[in-house]
Design a protein around this ligand. Sequence first.
Ligand SMILES: [Zn+2]
Length: 325
Amino acid sequence: MDFTFKTIAEFNDYFKDEKTCYEFLELQRWDGTPVCPHCGSVKKPYNVKARSKVAAIQEIPHYRCAEKECSLPFTVRTGSIFEGSKVELKKWFQAAYEISTRKKGISSLELAERIDVSQKTAWFINHRLRNMLKDTNPELLTGIVEADETYVGGKLKNKHESKKRKEKTKYGRFYNTGDKTTVVGLLQRDGKVVTYVTPNAEAATIAPIMVAHLDKDATLITDDHKSYKEVGKNYKHLMVKTTYGSYVTHGNVHTNTIEGFWSQLKRGIIGTFHVVSPKHLQRYCNEFSYRYNNKGVSNIERFAESIKQCANTRLTYKSLISNEQ
Ligand SMILES: [Zn+2]
């Protein structure tokens, strides 16, 4: 890309009209060659006129598929996260810029003010963008890979002390206690992270994540809990020993990197969003993972790369395990 923006004002100045935004999106999504989102045809589509009297809308490129059996109309928004939204692309772009560049993300309340939409619309935009940020075609993790799980949210602290103790001893750390939600993660040192919201952290739950994301030659580092002992059998596996609740680390054998990521995730969620329901947690994990995985690039690149994924389909833990079967 031959332009750089130092400020959000410069960014907004560049994407000032819808035509510019559409053309930019066409370049990112299609590399400039329209692909019919209905049938996948790359046959040069017909340019058609927009059915609108508004000049700004008439300027937007509208197409009709050139395949006889298809012949359906489309724009670059069709089949993407922007489909069916009345919000102008320039506002979506600003939202995507904010979410992909801010360390802790942006709350729907603040986004609503920034792009002048209702909070409900901003909430919807944020969630669609989080879906977009999911890496649906990740490379296998290799080299040294740390695996760990964390528990997010919940009101355990509000519970009676005896109940809390009982849950802790009964379930250990391998079940959702109270309304805490389990997130399992794999992180390649000096590489990327993948995160999954899961029903628990049992070996049977973690195993398909390992199979899907871990290179067979990778060196796996985990703590010494039972689940990891089991799933680590197929890999070169080093374990951090637990002694009386604290971890003893030796040189390279630690899980500090992924623990650092977990604390970033939790601080971000608490600081910016306060409460996240388990139903939406995977999307927040996508958002934080995306920023972590693209930390080495400039803001504009991080934005432009994210937009390329606008036709992402959701990848959930459910879809991951159904692919395995
Ligand atoms: Zn078509």
